[in-house]
Design a binder for this molecule. Structure first.
Ligand SMILES: Nc1ncnc2c1ncn2[C@@H]1O[C@H](COP(=O)(O)OP(=O)(O)O)[C@@H](O)[C@H]1O
Ligand SMILES: [Mg+2]
Length: 216
């Protein structure tokens, strides 16, 4: 499962488009699926972004990418063979591959991921996807100076009765002066939707480590 989601074309222009890879499912129906409708919404936002000032454009691209994550979860649900549950061992790496393609372009940033084998309901998968989107986007945007190589890792593990979702990088680390903006507030909100909490820290060798802990 890859390429379900694409934020920017390889030219870097923000298009906010989802890639419709539904393996023929859509072709068998006359009406657009929920996923396709969400994709259209993201595309419209992306088109508007291209006509906007740079600041508005960035804000609209961020919105389009958040909307696209919803389409990705829909897509996993449509293809789910697990009674409406989402297999996170497949979903998290799939999402990360799509994010890498959308965000990293030719930059020497590696984005790796690993997720424990677990079935989660779609609303939890959606919160996880939205958190990963915010934190990976931040790492690619802020952790590394232009041209510098870097590593970003997404890990979803289980520790007794809780899951730990960690996004870490080996970049410049958090400056205490960094101003928490909408992205940070969204991560906190999505973590509380998982009945969990998020913590931001710098790693032992520098770089940011953000951990979201939530109950099984
Ligand atoms: N991985 C990271 N490495 C270094 N700085 C970061 C990282 N993630 C976030 N930051 C800092 O934290 C700030 C707040 O992030 P966020 O709330 O997502 O807002 P935004 O992405 O809109 O700037 C960023 O502007 C940046 O200065
Ligand atoms: Mg952000």
């Amino acid at each position: 499962m890859s390429h379900l989601y694409r934020r920017r074309s390889s030219s870097g222009a923000g298009k906010g488009t989802c890639l419709a890879t539904r393996d023929g499912l859509a072709a068998r129906r006359d009406e657009p699926s929920g996923e396709e409708q969400v994709c259209h919404g993201a595309s419209i936002i992306g088109l508007q972004a291209r006509r906007s000032s740079p600041e508005t454009r960035r804000a609209l691209e961020d919105i389009a990418s958040r909307v696209s994550i919803i389409a990705t979860v829909h897509s996993y649900l449509q293809l789910s063979r697990h009674d409406g549950q989402i297999d996170v061992a497949e979903y998290v790496p799939g999402l990360c591959n799509s994010l890498k393609e959308a965000l990293c372009g030719p930059r020497a940033i590696s984005l790796t991921s690993r997720a424990v084998a677990a079935m989660l309901p779609p609303e939890k998968a959606l919160s996880i996807g939205l958190i990963v989107n915010e934190l990976v986007t931040n790492a690619v945007k802020y952790a590394f100076e232009e041209g510098r190589a870097g590593k970003v890792h997404v890990d979803l593990s289980r520790e007794n009765s809780r899951f730990l979702l960690t996004v870490s990088d080996d970049g410049r680390g958090y400056s205490p002066a960094a101003e928490a903006s909408l992205g940070t507030r969204l991560v906190t909100t999505f973590a509380s939707q998982l009945v969990g909490s998020a913590t931001w820290a710098n790693g032992p060798n520098g770089g940011c480590v953000i951990t979201v802990a939530f109950p099984v």
